[in-house]
Design a protein around this ligand. Structure first.
Ligand code: BYC
Length: 337
């Protein structure tokens, strides 16, 4: 049994005091996880598990919402009506993914307002990839092919995440992401196979700019992943950052051959002994710079989200006023009855 008096460790080394009941609950929780059981919102869970999920799910939600911005830049300049309709639908899907994910995070007891406040004040992260600019129409195809392709690789294992509300949201999201990836590949195929030399050059230029940032989406190398081991232990992450990155490289190299583009990596080559492609070193300094808020578009992206929130204040106020008017009306009717 733990008492305050036994807690003689220096302050910074002290572990939170757990009651015997809590220790028992935690042991039962670990056993459930080991048995591959899913955890529901109403179930007991360790505080650290809850925090890890709120962090990851809300970062994921923010990524979907911020991810709408680089694509939104091209809605008015899509080359055909068909491409415009597809792009609009994709961006709407992403808004929807953000909403499922905020809802999943809310089941853990953190409100939507708290989650958004963390984004708007720069405390919460979102995927590094969305801090790069979209310079040509080919970027939209490459985002679909590479960025959504990397997202699918990372997110399919999350459909088996131990936290059931997140896993359920991911099933739906992954179905839509695979359509997103295919539409990107299709747009690039048209440019590569039916387009002009200039269009083919645009595609290659976009691949050159998005390849390395796409590899960074999977997070730091396993040795530097702060949360990786614990998240794997809890069945939140089923496959490590490096393993997913490798799977992505192996899959996309083959797709690049079909498209007729090359990756901007002279060290990329098949390694017969490993049964995988070797690839060159990733610029982790660039990754941490972008994650730390100093990428090409960090300020612009955050400012756009804060502006959207501020501009939407009247809608929230009106909805609240309407809801309280309805509640008053109902109360009066109930009194009269
Ligand atoms: N960007 O210990 P680690 C999409 C942070 S949506 C920024 O390995 P973890 C899409 C990490 O948060 C794409 N930060 O972390 C949308 C941690 O910092 P904190 C988003 C990153 O959580 C629209 C620190 O680095 N997908 O694809 O075990 C259109 C150490 O990392 C990044 C998801 O969110 C990054 N790339 O693993 C198209 C999927 N990587 O929190 C596409 C769900 C790492 O301690 N998330 N950091 O301050 C995950 O699977 C995991 O959170 C990650 C990172 C693999 C991303």
């Amino acid at each position: 049994m733990y008492t305050q008096a036994m807690d003689t460790a220096p302050k910074e080394e002290r572990k939170p005091i757990r009651s015997a009941e809590e220790a028992q609950l935690e042991a039962r929780f670990e056993t459930r996880i080991d048995e591959g059981d899913f955890v529901e919102a109403k179930d007991w869970m360790p505080e650290h598990y809850r925090k890890t999920l709120v962090r990851q799910i809300s970062q994921h939600a923010h990524s979907e919402i911020v991810g709408m911005l680089p694509e939104g830049n091209w809605v008015t300049r899509a080359p055909t009506l068909k491409r415009k309709a597809i792009l609009l639908a994709k961006i709407q899907d992403e808004g929807g993914h953000g909403l499922y994910l905020y809802a999943a995070a809310e089941t853990l007891g953190t409100s939507r307002d708290q989650l958004l406040d963390a984004l708007h004040t720069g405390k919460a992260k979102y995927s590094s990839i969305f801090n790069y600019p979209t310079l040509s129409w080919a970027d939209i195809g490459v985002i679909g092919w590479l960025v959504d392709g990397a997202a699918i690789m990372n997110q399919v294992p999350l459909t088996r995440c131990s936290y059931a509300p997140y896993a359920r949201a991911m099933v739906r999201i992954c179905r839509e992401e695979s359509f997103h990836q295919r539409q990107g590949f299709d747009a690039l195929m048209v440019m590569m196979k039916e387009g002009t030399e200039t269009q083919r050059e645009m595609v290659q230029d976009a691949v050159n700019r998005w390849w390395w940032p796409s590899l960074m989406m999977f997070g730091p190398p396993d040795g530097e992943s702060v949360h990786g081991a614990q998240s794997a232990r809890w069945g939140i992450k089923r496959i490590s950052n490096d393993e997913l990155r490798q799977k992505f490289v192996d899959a996309t190299v083959e797709q690049a051959k079909v498209l007729g583009v090359s990756m901007p990596d002279p060290l990329l080559k098949w390694n017969e002994a490993r049964g995988h492609h070797d690839f060159g070193p990733i610029d982790w300094d660039e990754f941490w710079r972008v994650v730390g808020g100093h990428g090409p578009c960090n300020r612009e992206r955050l400012a756009a989200r804060v502006k959207a929130w501020d501009d939407g204040a009247w809608v929230r106020d009106a909805a609240l006023a309407h809801a309280s008017k309805q509640a008053r009306k109902q109360a009066t009717q109930e009194q009269a009855a």
